[in-house]
Design a protein around this ligand. Structure first.
Ligand code: SF4
Ligand code: SF4
Length: 231
């Protein structure tokens, strides 16, 4: 996915959760992006807010949202129902963007004008750019109304970030009993000849196969293990 496609996914949602760290504690608030360009995704706040201090201190941000429904209805058995849609998240590094730069960008991209007008109207407003990030679109159809699997996960990254990996993999210990495939409600396990393989784009990492496997043949792969959070 390119940055315009990523921005459109976020913009379609509108109000997003913006997460920061404040002295080691997670903090969230609802905000939105106002533009994107080749350098990243743009948002704004004011210099008087705790949000601003957290951004300046950590230089990091995580955002996420869901489309189209933000609440679940329930079926006759009380189980939640989400109409097919997607969640999207991105985590990475931010930097403050001077008003002069925002004005220059507004000459070629009118989306930036909203920020120019905002700063002129509310002088404490400042713009930031999420310039280096990784993320994922988690396209879901939990009742399999339109396809034969529940999930389609698409990772993305920009600005030099790598996508951290956390997947399950079937190892050589597999005895081909098929229990994992039978129990996978996400329909994420394929059989090719005698080999069972997990399709990571369809896998929820729910762990059902991991717990039922009689041979302990399913392992969790995390890469890189320490310097980035797992997906
Ligand atoms: S449950 Fe374990 S042993 Fe059986 S097919 Fe799956 S991975 Fe192989
Ligand atoms: S972790 Fe869950 S979704 Fe993924 S292959 Fe195993 S049972 Fe299926």
């Amino acid at each position: 996915m390119n940055i315009e496609e990523i921005y459109k996914k976020f913009d379609k949602i509108g109000c997003l959760t913006f997460a920061t760290i404040d002295n080691g504690f997670p903090q969230t608030r609802i905000a939105h992006l106002f533009a994107c360009d080749h350098e990243g995704l743009y948002f704004r706040t004011t210099i008087t807010k705790a949000f601003y201090e957290q951004l300046k201190t950590t230089q990091m941000l995580s955002i996420c949202g869901i489309f189209p429904a933000t609440s679940a209805s329930h079926d006759e058995e009380g189980m939640p129902y989400f109409p097919p849609g997607y969640t999207i998240r991105a985590t990475g590094d931010i930097k403050e963007i001077p008003l002069k730069t925002i004005k220059e960008k507004a000459v070629v991209n009118e989306d930036f004008m909203v920020c120019v007008k905002d700063i002129e109207k509310y002088p404490a407003t400042v713009a930031f750019c999420l310039h280096s990030a990784w993320g994922e679109v988690f396209d879901f159809d939990f009742e399999m109304e339109h396809r034969s699997h529940k999930l389609l996960r698409t990772g993305f990254c920009f600005g030099g970030k790598q996508i951290p990996l956390r997947v399950l993999r079937i190892t050589d210990e597999c005895i081909a009993c098929g229990e994992c495939q039978e129990g996978c409600s996400f329909k994420a396990i394929d059989q090719v000849d005698e080999q069972f393989v997990i399709d990571t784009e369809k896998c929820d990492v729910c762990g059902d196969c991991y717990t039922v496997c009689p041979s302990n043949a399913i392992e969790i792969i995390i890469n890189p293990p320490e310097d980035q959070p797992p997906g």
